[in-house]
Design a protein around this ligand. Sequence first.
Ligand code: SAM
Length: 270
Amino acid sequence: MSAVLYPYPGAENAPAYEQLNRCTDPEQKVEACLRAIAPWGGRTVLDIGAGSGFHTVRFAATAQRVWALEPDQRLVQQVEQRLARQPAGNVAILQAGAEAMPLTDASVDWVHARFAYFFGTDACLPGLTEVHRVLRPGGNFFVIDVNPGVGEYARIVCRAYPDIFYANYQRDHEAFFARHGFRCHAVSTVFRAPDRAALEAVFRMDFPHCWRELADTVTTLELTYGISVYHWRKDCRVMVPASSSTAVRAAARAHWPRRCSARRNSHCCT
Ligand SMILES: C[S@@+](CC[C@H](N)C(=O)[O-])C[C@H]1O[C@@H](n2cnc3c(N)ncnc32)[C@H](O)[C@@H]1O
């Protein structure tokens, strides 16, 4: 299957995108959650939708090797520029999408997809199938997403994109991931800007159509932010859900075995 490019505005504004990553979860609570579940030290890591590589190089500090998978040429260049500033000899860039990864079967231990908002509906089944293919048995897969119901920053994201973060987004996404055998962990963190100019630069990039209106509602530099960490371990067989279209199910079955022998849909939000 050919890659579908879901464009991201950070591709056209590297400084504001960097600021956004610095402001988001500054105490790295998401990373702490991932580490507590499955540490990546000494592992082969795959960062899907790596963006500018902000998280990629953090993983590279202790991983054995890191693949930065990114389809957008402009963001590939941002990763290259980062690697020139922050050399990491164990990082390699793959310009490709989640739907067709140029990696061999069972070659990766640990997969990360952060704010890769295209994960969470049946449209991402080809990507899930690819993750299943490239992960070694016992490997771990994490999808990190906004929890639109929790926190001031998440609520701003919802106001900016009501069609994406619709009323039942969280319920539907939790149900989707549960059907696929993921567990959901809730992380409470913050968005913290160093000053008003930084906050406005981030808002202008991420919410170009309504940034002024949204920025005017914010009177502090720190906003609470709920994030969902969905985790799946390749130690259990997962059933392709009956709700998938026949064609997608047939494609997915090629890689997703039929029955879950244990803990199917084991799902909890902590
Ligand atoms: C919201 S950005 C997040 C980037 C990065 N993970 C971060 O946290 O900074 C989503 C990323 O997914 C990438 N992307 C778009 N379509 C994709 C696809 N089909 N497969 C993999 N990544 C894709 C975008 O180019 C962008 O880099």
